[in-house]
Write a new protein. Structure first.
Length: 252
């Protein structure tokens, strides 16, 4: 893979991002590991302009951000302003904060995503949906994630598939990358493995996902950014990210 297409979701390093001073120190480490881009999420309080200054100082691009669902729905204009400061086009809706439990709940969620996505699109920004496993509950012929994408306009909602959670939910990451052809600018690379009979997040290449097929399918569907994320790490998170980056650079 090309280094310039690989980013890190900073949520992986959230324990080292609680203050502006820690953020600056951590982003310096991220650059030293070899990353050229980050997805902003999991940071403590920091002024957006200060964050941009730190990123620029390290030569790091902001490929996307994760913002709260309430902010995306209630204040899309402010989201667009933040993205402008960061020089960023994409924002992801990270979690179904409306707690959908029925088909109608998912249709209502889709409607709100469509409305916010339309507002963001007017500002030249793109809203993407980041899935977990919860969206794979079925309601008749479709699961929650299928409802979301079928009930929204691709002009206003794109995808940020998460490979681990697709697998965890019983889906196939390769097939989902293919399904979102032309609708998948962002992809979360998260390894799915089994240790001591327990489902575990691992470094890329240390688990059971077929990364060559996943990346090939994602590229064909137009993925711009391949974003490494590991919610929990067995070892130092910085070491985990370095292992994942090295695998992608050398093996995929």
């Amino acid at each position: 893979m090309k280094r310039k297409q690989i980013a890190v979701q900073l949520y992986t390093l959230r324990d080292f991002l609680k203050t502006p001073k820690e953020i600056a120190k951590t982003l310096k480490k991220v650059k030293k590991i070899g990353f050229e881009a980050v997805e902003v999420g999991g940071l403590g309080p920091i002024d957006t302009a200060e964050l941009k200054e730190i990123l620029d100082g390290e030569g790091l691009a902001c490929c996307a951000t994760h913002e709260s669902g309430s902010m995306i729905f209630d204040e899309p204009g402010k989201v667009a302003e933040k993205l402008d400061i960061l020089g960023c086009k994409y924002v992801s809706y990270p979690w179904p904060h409306t707690s959908p439990k029925t088909k109608e709940d998912y249709k209502q969620l889709a409607d709100m995503l469509n409305k916010s996505g339309k507002t963001l699109a007017k500002s030249g920004k793109t809203l993407a949906y980041h899935n977990h496993a919860i969206e794979f509950e079925r309601f008749g012929k479709k699961n929650g994630l299928e409802i979301i994408y079928s009930e929204t306009d691709p002009k206003y909602l794109q995808g940020e598939l998460d490979t681990f959670w697709i697998q965890h939910g019983g889906g196939n990451p390769v097939e989902w990358c293919e399904r979102l052809d032309g609708r998948l600018p962002l992809l979360h690379l998260k390894e799915f493995g089994i240790i001591d009979n327990q489902i575990t997040m691992l470094e890329i290449g240390s688990g059971n996902l077929n990364w060559k097929k996943i990346v090939k399918a994602a590229r064909k569907s137009g993925t711009r950014w391949f974003i490494i994320e590991q919610d929990t790490c067995r070892i130092c998170p910085f070491d985990s990210l370095e292992i994942s980056l090295k695998y992608l650079m050398e093996k995929v």
